[in-house]
Write a protein that binds this ligand. Structure first.
Ligand SMILES: Nc1ncnc2c1ncn2[C@@H]1O[C@H](COP(=O)(O)OP(=O)(O)OP(=O)(O)O)[C@@H](O)[C@H]1O
Ligand SMILES: [Mg+2]
Length: 417
């Protein structure tokens, strides 16, 4: 396992190594070099991961300057800004280094009440500085920066193209002794949307413990992307207050219906804690499932809107009492299964087989669609839970696994005895 992030290991040390934004970095070098008291501050702006921060260090490195960095989000108040940047900015450097740059990074991070005082202080620092003050921002056109802009030279950093990113990724692979399919690098680059930092991080994550990146790995990337999308869909769906909102939420999903069912099924209990709501939601979902089954068997696509409505509005509107909660979504059991230990997997399968016997379904469906429902009942209603456990013939270990909490499983086991 490599501890050093590749974004640092392969960060450009010289201005000429800055990809795509070389000219911007050269302009920065020139301004820093020619800076004298009374000159303006320098504001680097552009999308994330395009080389703003790293340019400042490359410039300092070439000029043998020292960088005094301040994170704008740390600037709680005027005094802080003055103490940290002001003092450093007003003193000429003493030893070794030939100059100093004060870097106030990510001024977009200044927020709320702090920004007025903070920005005012930054302007004061710029006006009275004895060394160049460099600022970075993603969006310099934010109205609160209007007056600050007048005290700065602006330098734009552009989003990198996909080919820029691929080139950098390939050269990193070479240095790391990794053989990578072009397709994989292209896919990473495409996902990064011009953000080289995120592309390099993705590459490092994907290459962890591997020396070959093959096309087969594209599915890992694609799956992760879909998961990102599905989280948003779920959030929208479970917070929907109207049927229209709910159906709209589902329409933005880019996974197939069966997958969507699993995600919804797995996450219903996190949004509803009322037994009645839960029953309604799972009822809607199971009816949607019946429709989907028919659609598949009979290729009767006219039924799709019904299934769709049940899955979306049927589920979302079941929540009437529970407040909408911000939930960290969990993966459907099938995916989670891949991650959990073999023991757990075996146990879950045994449970699935018991459900299968009683419900005449497949083990996979039993685990994905029935088990979450059973789990909710066992957790919330020990009396009914005990009856169910008896009917399914779950043993104590299985009951504990299903409930996942010792209190309710103990209660059920007591009732069974
Ligand atoms: N133009 C570039 N040329 C070479 N490497 C780059 C470039 N842009 C980004 N990188 C790589 O990505 C990392 C992050 O870049 P950097 O911190 O400069 O981004 P930034 O523009 O300051 O982003 P943010 O707006 O999020 O602060 C760098 O350490 C470097 O490895
Ligand atoms: Mg930065």
């Amino acid at each position: 396992m490599s501890a050093v992030p590749w974004t640092e290991k392969y960060a450009p040390r010289r201005v000429s190594e800055i990809v795509r934004n070389t000219e911007a970095a050269m302009k920065l070098l020139k301004l820093v070099k020619e800076w004298k008291p009374g000159s303006k501050g320098i504001l680097l702006y552009g999308p994330p991961g395009t080389g703003k921060t790293v340019s400042v260090y490359a410039v300092a490195n070439e000029l043998n300057y020292e960088v005094i960095e301040m994170n704008a989000s740390d600037t709680r108040n005027v005094q802080n800004v003055m103490r940290v940047a002001g003092s450093a900015a007003m003193q000429a450097p003493l030893f070794a280094k030939r100059g100093r740059i004060v870097l106030i990074d990510e001024i977009d991070g200044l927020s709320g009440r702090e920004d007025r005082g903070g920005l005012g202080a930054i302007i004061k620092v710029i006006k009275s500085a004895r060394v160049p003050v460099v600022l970075t921002a993603n969006d310099p056109w934010d109205p609160r920066f209007t007056s600050l802009r007048q005290y700065c030279e602006l330098i734009e950093y552009k989003r990198l193209t996909m080919w820029d990113v691929v080139k950098v990724l390939r050269s990193i692979c070479q240095k790391e002794g990794i053989i990578a399919d072009n397709e994989v690098l292209k896919e990473i680059a495409k996902n990064a949307e011009g953000d080289l930092r995120s592309a390099i991080n993705d590459l490092q994550a994907l290459a962890e413990g591997r020396k070959r990146l093959t096309k087969e790995m594209l599915s890992i990337l694609a799956r992760r992307d879909r998961e990102k999308n599905i989280f948003e869909v779920l959030r929208m769906l479970f917070s929907a207050k109207t049927a229209r909102m709910a159906t709209f939420a589902l329409s933005t999903a880019d996974v197939d219906y069966e997958m969507l069912m699993r995600w919804i099924s797995e996450n219903i209990p996190y949004h509803m804690d009322d037994v009645e709501e839960l029953a309604k939601a799972y009822d809607a979902l199971s009816r949607a499932d019946v429709f989907l089954g028919r659609i598949k068997r009979e290729q009767n696509w006219k039924l799709l809107p019904y299934a769709f409505e049940l899955m979306s509005a049927g589920v979302a509107l079941a929540r009437s009492k529970s407040k909408f909660k911000f939930v960290k979504y969990s993966f459907p059991s099938l995916l989670k299964e891949l991650k959990s230990s073999k023991e757990q997997r075996d146990l879950q399968k045994k449970i699935g087989e018991k459900i299968k016997k009683r419900c005449h379904t497949s083990v996979t469906r039993a685990i994905n669609d029935f088990l979450p429902f059973i789990r909710v009942i066992l957790r919330n209603n020990p009396e009914v839970g005990a009856k169910m456990a008896k009917w399914f013939r779950f043993n104590e270990e299985e009951i504990a696994f299903i409930t996942g909490d010792s209190r309710s499983s103990k209660e059920i086991i007591k009732l069974l005895k």
